[in-house]
Design a protein around this ligand. Structure first.
Ligand code: AMP
Length: 470
């Protein structure tokens, strides 16, 4: 999931800026996309299932018109919230005006808050946490002098991971949860407009320069009066940035907590080379997110890096699935080995993670068919042993292959010669050159920084309305 917002004082084509910002953040969510443009307090909204360029055709973008402030969102769909009705931003009218909300994250007390408000008569239309957060803010807004005061009070009630953008008729407000579990940063364009985004790569895509990360617990208010930082929640929680951002989620050209994601991944490769050395002829990376760590592994081990697998970049959601019985063809269409790099070689394949093991099984077969003599799989993330409750799509223990098999057993299952994982003790050292003070490693270590939901968070009555696009 990703958020993007822009604040200016002049009327401009803010919709197009958000479009390009979301485009740069597409890797964080492919299920739905949405933009809300604020033109002097009038909100124009469009959101739908699909990738940014599928949802926002030139006509749709033009129809959003000009404005001074805008927010956008891309989200991935979990099984219970992938319908169109869950697309964000959420726009609500309330007793003191209106508000748009865009969220990256997941509450651990979402089900609890929702139930409490439902028992008081609130009605919810979606299964997503942005709507719950909007209801909490609106409730606080009744007794607050300003929207930021309401947001401030809401933060005391929200538990979990949330990087949030709130747009009111006059303001853009950026909020990061007390532990700073997901990234959020802001920058500025030469013409003065402020831009807030989940990752710095999106700032660059609209010509903005990164100013800094929003701090854990910080509330930043962008208004005609300038920027105001409300820091009364800062320091109330220990920093726990999701370490998987550095390993997989973020784009390698992003900077998080003053550390380049690319360099952190290269460092993971180097640590992996020291922890699981093996004699080999070539190191290759599983495209795309395994490549940086493969380069790091190659540099540290002295084994040459080679271009071993090519991914077809043009396979989107519209890709016609050839069906179960031709599954192998499907893999070959998406991924093709470069025979010249592989044939008769002892290959080290570096991937960013092994979740269910599906990718490894398929890729090992591709490499064997291309003539690899030996295949050694190295994962630049430790073993996934626990579900994530904070918005990363890591499933239940039953789905996680490391819960069932040892590395040796996995190698046998995949048809590989060996499998090695990044040691858990090293995972927090990858971004040491940055300013982050602590990480969430729960999916690897089981050490959750918050209470965890006692149920799945899914209300059995949550509606799953599949709306017609027309
Ligand atoms: P698997 O094939 O189930 O073992 O998953 C591992 C592959 O999925 C790796 O190549 C990753 O790049 C990718 N991956 C890792 N985490 C996620 C995630 N949360 N959502 C989608 N893909 C992921």
């Amino acid at each position: 999931m990703a958020v993007f917002g822009i604040f200016g004082t002049e009327t401009a084509n803010v919709a197009s800026s958000v479009y390009y910002g979301l485009y740069a953040l597409q890797h964080r969510g492919q299920a739905s996309s949405g933009i809300v443009v604020n033109d002097d307090g009038v909100f124009h909204v469009y959101k739908d299932s699909g990738l940014v360029n599928e949802v926002f055709t030139p006509n749709v973008l033009n129809a959003l018109g000009l404005g001074q402030i805008a927010v956008g969102n891309v989200r991935y769909g979990t099984a219970d919230t992938k319908d169109r009705i869950n697309a964000e931003p959420i726009v609500v009218n309330h007793s003191k005006g209106k508000m748009a909300i865009s969220l990256d994250g997941k509450l651990v007390n979402g089900a609890e808050l929702k139930r409490e408000m439902e028992l008081q008569g609130s009605i919810f239309h979606t299964g997503n946490d942005a709507e719950i957060i909007s209801a909490v803010i609106i409730k606080e807004r009744i007794s607050s002098a300003s929207i930021e005061e309401a947001v401030c009070k809401a933060v005391d009630k929200l538990k979990g991971a949330y990087s949030l953008l709130v747009m009111s008729p006059q303001k853009l407000i950026a909020v990061r949860d007390l532990r700073g579990m997901h990234p959020l940063c802001y920058g500025q364009r030469a013409d003065g407009e402020y831009v807030v985004a989940s990752e710095s790569c999106a700032l660059n895509s609209v010509g903005a320069t990164l100013v800094r990360d929003i701090r854990p617990g910080e509330i930043m208010v962008f208004s005609k009066e300038g920027i105001r930082s409300i820091d009364e929640h800062c320091g109330k929680g220990e920093e726990h940035l999701c370490v998987f951002e550095y390993l997989y989620t973020a784009r390698p050209d992003s900077i998080i907590a003053d550390c380049s994601v690319h360099l952190a991944r290269k460092r993971a490769g180097a640590v992996l080379a020291a922890a699981h050395p093996v004699e080999a002829d070539v190191v290759i990376g599983a495209p795309d997110s395994g490549i940086d760590a493969a380069i790091g592994y190659a540099e540290a081990s002295g084994i040459p890096y080679g271009l071993g697998l090519i991914k077809n970049k043009y396979i989107g959601r519209t890709f016609i699935d050839p069906g179960q019985n031709v599954r192998e063809d499907k893999v070959r269409i998406k991924l093709n080995p470069v025979r010249e790099t592989i044939k008769d070689k002892r290959v080290i394949l570096v991937d960013d993670s092994i979740v269910r093991g599906t990718t490894c099984i398929r890729v090992v077969k591709l490499l064997r068919d291309a003539g690899a003599k030996e295949i050694h799989i190295r994962s630049s993330a430790p073993e996934f042993l626990n579900p994530c409750y904070y918005g990363t799509d890591i499933g239940s223990k039953a789905e996680l292959i490391a819960c069932k098999y040892t590395a040796q057993e996995m190698a046998k299952l995949f048809g590989a010669d060996s499998v090695g994982f990044l040691p858990l003790k090293d995972v927090c050292k990858l971004a040491e050159s940055g300013t982050c003070k602590g990480y969430c490693t729960a999916c690897f270590s089981g050490d959750y920084p918050t209470e965890i939901p006692q149920n799945t968070g899914v209300n059995k009555y949550d509606c799953k309305i599949s709306e017609n696009k027309n």
